[in-house]
Design a binder for this molecule. Sequence first.
Ligand SMILES: Cc1cc2nc3c(=O)[nH]c(=O)nc-3n(C[C@H](O)[C@H](O)[C@H](O)COP(=O)(O)OP(=O)(O)OC[C@H]3O[C@@H](n4cnc5c(N)ncnc54)[C@H](O)[C@@H]3O)c2cc1C
Length: 364
Amino acid sequence: MAADPTGPYDLAVVGAGIIGAMTAYRAARRSPRPRVLVLDAGTPGAGATGSSAGFDLPSGRGAAQLELAARSAARYRELVAQHPELTRDRVAVRWLVDAAGQAALARSLHGEPPAAADAETERRLAEIFPGFTRSPGTALLTSPPAEHTAPARTVAVLLEQVRAAAPGNAVWPGFAVTEVRRRAGLFDLYAHDGARVSARRLVTATGPWALDGPYGEVARTYGVRCKKVAAYHIPVCPPAGAPALVLEDDDAFLLPQPDRDRWLFSFTSQDWDCAPGSPSMRLGPHDRRLARAVLDRHVPGFAPLLGGGQVHCDGYAPGHLPVVAAAEDGAVLAVAGAGSGYRLAPAIAEDALALLDCLEPPTP
Ligand SMILES: Cc1cc2nc3c(=O)[nH]c(=O)nc-3n(C[C@H](O)[C@H](O)[C@H](O)COP(=O)(O)OP(=O)(O)OC[C@H]3O[C@@H](n4cnc5c(N)ncnc54)[C@H](O)[C@@H]3O)c2cc1C
């Protein structure tokens, strides 16, 4: 069954998480206006993006990720200037780090370098985070406010902009691409129910599903694996102006969410090779033990208060760098957010479209 009576789209984006939505948004604003179709197996923004803390920490693991983070932060500023409804909440940031790691931390941040916290800042922190004491050999640093938001809302706004950019643009939820065939310069995309839609160009941004779909083997050749990403909620209302506390050496942070009367505690799970939708995607007893152990060390008053949480898996590639790469058939993969896909999405989208531009032009 042919599902595109008006002819092929100029670009199909498969996957409407933050990376796919950002790619479609940037493509749809190009001139001349391309006809853009976004396909999602489920509900746009409901994958890893729907579980995300949406915290744009100004840091990078290594120079390449730092460049992506800095470029993305600039693109988010431009985005907010264009669409004020995407304005993000700002939060002061405090970093607890081993004293010997201060210089490395400073090198891993973009923007203004962190500064040592004064005694008053430290005293205030102890008031906000019950039981917080800085152990000997650690340093407490402050950096300029960082921004956070609900990424699923960002996806909704971006896709609205895609639809509005040209009359032929469309977003189709519930279209799971199971097969891609090349025909006369086109990508024919087939869904599980036999529906078909065609496009001249293809970007696939299927997040943690990257290993399953038609380009699963390609993702594997780039070393993509899936890992659980998880956060607990601490049902305590943060006081006005409460900062985020980054526990740098534990790869964890506490983010105030006063609008939800809680703190979000993000910690690092080591559950590798899990699949989205599998039972291991729940918070398990070992997650609770792990989260409690980190809190016991730094904010013991919060440790017994862990409530519910949010969890998903995400694609990870070596070096925690996203994969933006062309498959043999000319499709471009933009996957492996590595637990940072929200804050890196604008640069990933930009790089995916730049790569598309470098490939052979599609046959008309
Ligand atoms: C608890 C948690 C906290 C996080 N906190 C942060 C944070 O503070 N900051 C940050 O930067 N990042 C954070 N992340 C990571 C970030 O959320 C992810 O890196 C990012 O959302 C990945 O986006 P994506 O577009 O690659 O994937 P997804 O959002 O998963 O989107 C992929 C989409 O593809 C669709 N799809 C899959 N297969 C197909 C198919 N065959 N056909 C059609 N559609 C398909 C899916 O339905 C899905 O909607 C967090 C993640 C979690 C789970």
